[in-house]
Design a protein around this ligand. Structure first.
Ligand code: HEM
Length: 454
């Protein structure tokens, strides 16, 4: 490309177009199509489907421009996307002052120092779920981790004991996740189907009831809001009405549990398919947390800090299978990104998945190799060599993930406790594929045989 010139975005054509089409037909996965576009066309390309013509960017330099330097030239909110229709004015789908005000309101309870006191609750919820595994047998970790992520999110962020509501909300929640997943709406923005409208009614009834109940509890002095209790803080904020609170609670509920579900279930899948890594994690857990005993105390934050191998395994899992595999924006004005012209109104995507598998920055990018994130090892430190924003599982810049600390602390507690209590055997490893739902999920699920460690 000529230096300093601005070029139109390339697209697949001729031979490359045919190869991509063949690849797409072979496994009918959009992820495969994106991977092939990246391989044949490059780090910037345009998809040309009817009504769906996004500009896709890959790599640290475009990540920097989209997430940091040019971020004001993009909008997060796209009125016609189901995610904006569902979340209303949730922090994830707002812009400018509205976004910044909501973010400032919701950030404090999610800061690390306010999440660390939640260790005890996360430990309790983890034990509650693991107690149901005591008889052993086969379980789907995609389901189990969703149960656990919901208990953690609702209990630790909103002080809502979700176990009683789980069965009632499970089905509408899954329907709403399906509604916001990439699907036909990309090409046709018609009315939501009746099953989604019904799911939304059920979810709204639940959320407005929760708000009403908490408001009454606060007024009667039955609940004293603490620094980690976001629901009470939202209710007490003079700028929020019930609809606004509903939008934030649903945003956190969806963004905060579906990502953790994917993170935890992919980690278990990768450990199940790499027994040597599982053995390393087990040795670390035994050394740091000790052998399992019923009723033993939750780990301290110092103990969590010593779970280095789990940390590497989770980071490598998020590299290979980032739950949010793509960030969506819309260009507010004509601009150029890395020398490519992006006209006003273009849907722009930065691909986290493809950035994490870029051969230039990741040797053997498709291999599961947690030691890439081992800062102690003797070899040249890869992390040092990599430019900033090469690794972006939580996005980057001022609108990075607000729940990153929550998710990282949760992962150590949940995985540490599972491995302390159970031996795991992956039963369907050859069948698992990444599926583009609301997050990148292991489908059809992660079936594991569980045996109590003794
Ligand atoms: C492993 C778990 C998680 C991953 C991989 C993840 C990933 C991400 C990514 C990539 C973004 C930026 C998207 C973009 O640039 O378009 C983001 C934003 C966000 N995340 Fe997370 N997330 C996780 C957990 C959580 C949790 C636990 C919560 C809430 C408790 C949460 C709430 C949010 C919200 C509200 C935003 C929007 C922030 C804003 O626009 O200011 N996430 N997340």
């Amino acid at each position: 490309m000529t230096p300093d010139a601005v070029h139109p975005l390339p697209t697949a054509n001729g031979e490359s177009g045919l190869s991509i089409l063949r690849g797409l037909l072979a496994d009918r996965s959009l992820l495969t199509a994106l991977t092939l576009m990246n391989r044949y066309v490059g780090r910037a390309f345009k998809i040309t489907l009817p009504r769906f013509q996004p500009a896709v960017f890959v790599g640290p330099e475009s990540n920097r421009q989209i997430l940091v330097t040019h971020r004001h030239k993009f909008r997060w909110r796209n009125e016609t996307d189901p995610v904006a229709r569902l979340l209303g004015h949730g922090v994830l789908v707002t812009d400018d002052e509205e976004h910044d005000r909501l973010r400032a309101l919701m950030d404090p309870p999610l800061q690390r120092r306010h999440v660390l006191p939640e260790i005890d609750r996360m430990w309790r919820y983890t034990n509650d779920v693991l107690d149901t595994w005591e008889r052993g047998g086969d379980r789907d970790m995609l389901v189990e981790m969703r149960r656990l992520a919901l208990l953690n999110l609702m209990g630790c962020l909103f002080r809502v004991e979700f176990a009683a509501d789980m069965d009632r909300i499970w089905h509408p929640l899954l329907q709403l996740l399906e509604y916001i997943s990439p699907g036909l709406w990309i090409f046709w923005s018609g009315m939501p189907r009746p099953k989604y409208r019904a799911a939304r009614r059920q979810m709204d009834a639940y959320l407005f009831d929760l708000i009403r109940q908490r408001r009454a509890d606060l007024a009667a002095g039955r609940v004293t809001p603490d620094e980690g209790d976001l629901l009470s803080q939202l209710i007490l904020d003079p700028g929020m009405d019930d609809q606004g609170i509903r939008d934030q609670v649903l945003t956190m509920l969806i963004a905060g549990h579906d990502t953790s579900t994917a993170q935890l279930s992919w980690t278990l899948y990768l450990l199940g398919s790499h027994p040597a890594e599982l053995a390393r994690v087990r040795a670390e857990v035994d050394a740091v947390l000790g052998p399992f005993q019923t009723g033993d105390a939750p780990p301290t934050s110092e103990q969590l800090n010593h779970l280095h191998v789990i940390d590497q395994v989770v980071k490598e899992t998020l590299r290979l299978y980032p739950p949010i595999h793509v960030g969506n924006r819309s260009a507010r004005e004509d601009l150029d990104v890395c020398g490519y012209r992006v006209p006003k109104g273009t849907r722009v995507m930065y691909s986290i998945y493809l950035s994490h598998r870029d051969k230039e920055y990741w040797p053997e990018p498709d291999q599961f190799c947690p030691a890439r994130f081992d800062h102690q090892r003797d070899q040249a430190d890869e992390e040092q060599a990599r430019p900033p924003l090469t690794y972006v599982p939580f996005g980057g810049g001022p609108r990075n993930c607000i729940g990153a600390s929550f998710a990282q602390i949760e992962a150590k507690i949940v995985l540490g406790r599972i491995i302390q209590r159970f031996d795991l055997e992956l039963m369907n490893g050859d069948k698992v594929r990444p599926y583009m739902g609301a997050t990148l999920e292991p489908r059809p699920g992660v079936i594991m045989r569980l045996r109590k460690r003794g």
